[in-house]
Design a protein around this ligand. Sequence first.
Ligand code: ARG
Length: 372
Amino acid sequence: MQSQHTMINHVELLQEAEAYIRQFGSELAIEEQATEARIVEITAEIAATGTYTHTLEELAYGAKLAWRNSNRCIGRLFWDSLNVQDAREATAAADVARAVFRHIEYATGRGKILPSITVFAPCTDVDSPRIRIWNEQLIRYAGYSQDDGSILGDPISLPFTQTCMEMGWRGAGTAFDVLPLVIQIGSQPPEWFDIPTDIVLEVPLTHPDFPNFEELQLKWYAVPFVSNMRLEIGGLHYTAAPFNGWYMGTEIGARNLADPFRYNMLPAVGAIMGLDTSREMTLWRDRALVELNIAVLHSYKAQGVTIVDHHTASKQFSLFTEKEQRSGRKPTGRWSWLIPPLSPATTATFHNRYEDTELKPNYFVQKAPYES
Ligand code: ARG
């Protein structure tokens, strides 16, 4: 006999599944009979097993819709071209790691970045995931607290770096140590894997007009692979579903390298530019910020690594909202995330308003497993 609790969960799951299968059917112009038959099939599967399995098409389209519904993302014009890899059969941590490495390599495309997602086995209860990737991004730099109180590397990575070191990992001790991949299967202890250095593409930063910029010895990794979000499609929770697009320059130049609580490089950039940093009035921060962003765009471009500037990205986003309206949908968005952190009012996005409605399928933030 099934408990009442289990039965309520089954009802909810079926409702979510049905809503998604109907959306899938209507957007892809699938015959109504086929959709109804699929719902009957899913109903039976849930009754018998407590869950159901997406077809490859349902999975792929769900991942794309989740991107289309990501209100914080300015790059959604390309939602329909997402490359979806099905890795639901991976069960052991080493299998997951192998699929992740494959993802890093093909999505990096030697610089010609391919927006991609690799989807691992889902669960029906968010609180008992079958697979979790502990990293926030597949590739990120470690952060270390030093004896003199200063921080080496990326301060945002302090807690995760600490966790990795407690598990026995040791970095080289540079400001740009790539953290290991940490995988957890069910409630087993997590396992860590070094990411092969030959699949990690990085871009050393130079400036087209300031030759001494390279003395700063800055670099950044080519591809942002977000790995801590839960993909929800039709009531199924894909708790491990790392995905990537390409960078918008400001993410690196106006945040990662510039924020006072990240690499905090504006004073150093101002110094090599010979700016008067003694008074705010000189706007040395703003001038350093612009040149740092020019260096980022210039270096990625020069190395043949896909990147987009914020003006182009904003135009692409306007195109996305127009296309959505033409398809009879109301585009949703979160204004505070969609405006770029550099010269926001020069982009159309700044002068628009968006409704921040959360639609499903979508990607949801999950709590870091190493933070209590
Ligand atoms: N903002 C994050 C970073 O700087 C990356 C988030 C995803 N970005 C993207 N372009 N898909 O690393």
